[in-house]
Design a protein around this ligand. Structure first.
Ligand code: NDP
Length: 498
């Protein structure tokens, strides 16, 4: 990535992009919605409309699915070698990086995230995702099983599943969109992507780059619009073979029901209420820093956010005080302001949701250690918030808030069974964090936690080589790694009587 690119150049590119009409990308061309409808795109740092995007409905989705089906069955895509698919994905990664400053600026304006996060977590992460998955093209194989049957030979084939409908949320728009399309394309599927209506712009820019690097028409279709009707129509479409969804558990459940028509495959990456468990022998400064970053990063709008904090009673005040201190010092502001550490929430609705949860917590008896208020003025800013005196029966502890709000609770003993029981006392099971220097405690507890991811002593935990997904109501299936790529394939058995 060229971090040195001079501001005027990328600013003029952003201005040029915003001045264009943002249309649907169907069958390799940009077209308006059939209805002619558009919707407003709002900058969460100001609450002002700064762009408009096309609002697809069922008819547009049908056109996109037909294009994806044609591209899957006929034309250059099914005959393209795995190396050809790999090279296109690599070219797309290069194109994203070549436009990193411009795309990061758009992402920050659209979602609110700090520019540095947009550059390094979103754009660089998306490029890395494309390259990682490009590497899998041609490396997903069938097997030659040893049979019980005499005089037979057999093998399995892994074939692309077909037309994939991808539905993505607004919290890391570009990264999520690329995480959906990259493995699907690596194995030879075609895609109809519906990005979140709150953050459609980097998806439209991605479509322009997909066109520019030369993906055959119809291989990727990007259709902006609302969950209802566009997302719903995609999920219900009888010619879609798989839906891959990231978003709320409530919508995930509705997708399971709606996908029943043609029994399409469904992968769900849903919410979380992830525990952070801090033992007294941990590196307490690192644990404090890690716990604060884990809930205030991206204003808490992160599915793996560590939102339930369990701290051993002997260090509870120190850790909670340390997180509160960091919260007080966090520079909250517009994502494009160079010194911003935490941007706004994505929308007025999300602001109301988060403040509503804080109110419900205080009504239930929680103590606001720090924060708790919206920041007055334009935009959807909220103070980073630490709640203490919380317990398992409160909504703030049970439900996903998706904001910078952590609920702190003391652990009274050293019994790992009881600690695991507290950590697992949730409908979710996406992620978890353990802080200790005792490797036996860390590994024993890691096995007891019911979550798809356990992070010990911090770190990112998210790597494209690591399977990612949830236990319980945090989802179905895994993204990333071999599992995530194979999830876009069907297995066929071929047997021969010798
Ligand atoms: P949703 O689950 O509603 O949205 C996610 C995506 O699904 C969006 O593209 C949305 O479209 C689409 N969608 C909505 N309804 C349907 C439907 N019936 N059929 C098909 N697609 C649909 O999340 P929200 O944006 O409403 O956020 C609400 C809460 O969800 C958050 O506060 C948070 O708790 C959780 N969430 C969790 C995420 C995670 O990563 N686990 C990510 C985002 C949200 P559109 O936005 O255009 O309406």
């Amino acid at each position: 990535m060229n971090a040195q690119m001079s501001p005027p150049r990328h600013e003029s590119l952003v201005a040029g992009f915003l001045a264009r009409t943002h249309e649907l990308f169907i069958d390799g061309r940009f077209v308006p919605a059939q209805s002619g409808k558009t919707f407003d795109v709002i900058n969460p740092a100001t609450g002002e409309v700064f762009a408009k995007a096309a609002a697809a409905d069922a008819g547009d989705i049908d056109l996109a699915v037909k294009a994806a089906r044609r591209a899957f069955e006929t034309g250059p895509w099914p005959n393209m070698s795995a190396g050809g698919r790999r090279n296109l994905l690599l070219k797309l990664a290069d194109a994203l990086e070549a436009h990193a400053d411009e795309i990061a600026t758009l992402e920050s304006m659209d979602n609110g995230m700090p520019l540095m996060v947009a550059k390094f977590a979103a754009v660089a992460g998306a490029a890395e995702c494309l390259r990682y998955n490009a590497g899998w093209a041609g490396k997903i194989n069938g097997e030659t099983p040893t049979l019980s049957l005499p005089n037979h030979h057999a093998y399995t084939l892994r074939e692309p599943i077909g037309v994939v409908g991808s539905i993505t949320p607004w919290n890391f728009p570009l990264a999520m969109e690329v995480a959906k399309i990259a493995p699907a394309l690596a194995v030879g599927c075609t895609v109809v992507l519906k990005p979140a209506e709150l953050t459609p712009l980097t998806a439209v820019r991605l479509a322009e780059l997909i066109q520019e690097v030369g993906f055959p028409p119809g291989v990727v279709n990007i259709v902006t619009g609302f969950g209802d009707p566009a997302g719903k129509a995609l999920v219900a479409h009888p010619d879609v073979d798989k839906i891959s969804f990231t978003g709320s558990t409530a919508v995930g459940k509705s997708i399971v029901v709606a996908a029943a028509g043609n029994l399409k495959r469904v992968a769900l990456e849903l919410g979380g209420k992830s525990p952070v468990i801090i033992f007294p022998d941990a590196d307490l400064d690192r644990a404090t820093e890690g716990a604060a970053n884990g809930i205030f990063g991206n204003a808490g709008q992160v599915c793996v956010a560590g939102s339930r904090l369990f701290v051993h009673k002997s260090v509870f005040d120190r850790i909670v005080g340390g997180i509160a201190e960091r919260a007080r010092k966090l520079r909250v502001g517009a994502g494009l302001q160079p010194d911003t550490q935490m941007g706004p929430l994505v929308s007025q609705k999300q602001l109301e949701r988060v403040t509503g949860y804080i109110q419900s917590g205080t009504q239930d008896g929680a103590e606001v250690v720090v924060g708790g208020q919206r920041v007055e003025g334009k935009g959807y800013f909220i103070q980073p918030t630490v709640l203490a005196q919380t317990n398992r029966d409160m909504r703030v502890v049970r439900e996903e808030i998706f904001g910078p709000v952590v609920c702190a609770m003391p652990i009274d003993d050293d019994d790992l069974e009881r600690i695991a029981k507290q950590a697992n006392d949730t409908d979710y099971g996406l992620s978890s964090n353990i802080w200790t220097r005792d490797i036996s405690v860390a590994h024993k507890l890691a096995r007891k936690i019911k979550a798809g991811m356990v992070r010990i002593n911090g770190g990112q935990g998210l790597d494209y080589a690591l399977p990612f997904g949830g236990y319980k109501q945090s989802g179905w299936g895994r993204e990333n790694a071999r599992e995530g790529v194979e999830a876009y394939t069907e297995v066929k058995s071929v047997s021969i009587a010798l």
